[in-house]
Design a protein around this ligand. Structure first.
Ligand SMILES: *Cc1c(COP(=O)(O)O)cnc(C)c1O
Length: 354
């Protein structure tokens, strides 16, 4: 080894500008999102810490484990947490949310847009419309929705949307972003309890209110991760966001076609609300219990869902015909079935789409 170390090039203002613009374009917002120096879960915790306060009732919709965690963080911040929780093999309905708003009269509402753990996707656009009619501040964990389904931040008037790139966008997991509306900033600023001088502080990293570009690159942005995120976002822009979403829809449709051919069924109950990133498969055969660790993109259920379902993680680069075919072959092998028909069913969905 005689390679000479040539030093490390800091992130430039122009790279930061590109990153911010790509994020704004991805989310359909004219308000520059803040860049979170870490995994998306930090952005989610930062939002909870920033909005929670005694005297604020927040309606937290729980359709999977991330929603439960968000509720705990809101409680830690002193908020009164009203919860709508549904069995994890279902998503929430707009009627349930409407009834909870009437009952608890919250000032804000939070939910996970799409759940990779359960394979469900909530009726996001309708929930935002409903929330807007009641003038509620809205928070969405869209880490597993962005790139897999629509997320139109300004059009839907979303106040806080947390995203990461490690799922549908095939990007790094070490940097993430939160899009915050002017109303959202005001909601943070009016909260005495909102963190300052903390890794959880969104106010510490607020862009200038008059929209002028930053004069220097915030020193907390992880440089390599930021560069990788720019690359991932440019790749998404090049393929076209709507095409990326379509690819995920096809992956999901083909996974369903393949498992049906094997005599398996989806764990999520309502086929109108499947996540496009993962297909969860009901375990109705002892052979499937044998999966204790991921085999390719087939993985056992997380936590309490272990033993109930298997996940087919067809997101990012694995939102592809080849990956879904391999997953179906893995399942066929475990079931000691011939994979031929199921693979054919997967291929059919992709070729119909072409
Ligand atoms: C993946 C994911 C996250 C982020 O979790 P990490 O541990 O940062 O990968 C948050 N929310 C949802 C709904 C997710 O699917």
């Amino acid at each position: 080894m005689n390679r000479k170390y040539t030093g490390f090039v800091p992130l430039s203002l122009s790279e930061l500008d590109t990153l911010t613009q790509e994020l704004s374009r991805l989310l359909g917002t004219q308000h520059p999102p803040v860049i979170i120096p870490g995994e998306a879960i930090i952005g989610i915790e930062a939002v909870a810490a920033g909005i929670a306060a005694p005297g604020r009732t927040i309606l937290n919709i729980v359709t999977g484990p991330y929603g439960s965690l968000f509720g705990e963080w809101l409680e830690r911040g002193g908020a009164t947490v009203a919860q709508v929780k549904v069995p994890f093999d279902q998503v929430v309905t707009v009627e349930e949310v409407a009834a909870a708003i009437e009952r608890y009269q919250p000032v804000a509402l939070s939910f996970v847009q799409a759940e990779v753990v359960t394979g469900g996707s909530n009726p996001a656009e309708e929930i935002f419309k409903l929330a807007r009619r009641h003038h509620l501040i809205t928070v969405t964990d869209s880490v597993s929705a962005v790139g897999g389904e629509a997320l139109n931040v300004d059009e839907w008037e979303v106040d806080f949307a947390v995203i990461g790139a490690q799922k549908a966008l095939a990007g790094p997991n070490g940097v993430s972003a939160v899009s915050i509306s002017p109303r959202g900033w005001a909601f943070l600023e009016s909260n005495e309890r909102a963190p300052r001088n903390s890794i959880l502080s969104l106010l510490d990293i607020k862009p200038s209110p008059d929209g002028t570009a930053p004069l220097r690159v915030p020193p907390n942005i992880p440089v390599l991760e930021a560069r990788a995120l720019i690359e991932a976002l440019e790749a998404v822009a090049e393929e076209g966001l709507s095409q990326v979403i379509k690819r995920h829809e096809r992956a999901a449709a083909s996974a369903i076609a393949g498992i049906s051919e094997l005599g398996l069924e989806a764990w999520q109950k309502d086929s109108r609300h499947y996540s496009t990133l993962t297909t969860t498969v009901r375990i109705n055969d002892e052979q499937l219990l044998l999966i204790k660790q991921p085999m390719g993109i087939v993985a056992p259920g997380d936590g309490e869902l272990f033993g109930q379902l298997l996940r087919i993680n067809h997101f990012g680069t694995n939102a592809s015909r080849d990956s879904v075919e391999s997953a179906v072959q893995t399942l066929a092998r475990l079931l000691k079935q011939d994979a031929g028909q199921a693979v054919q069913a997967v291929r059919q969905v992709w070729s119909d789409a072409e």
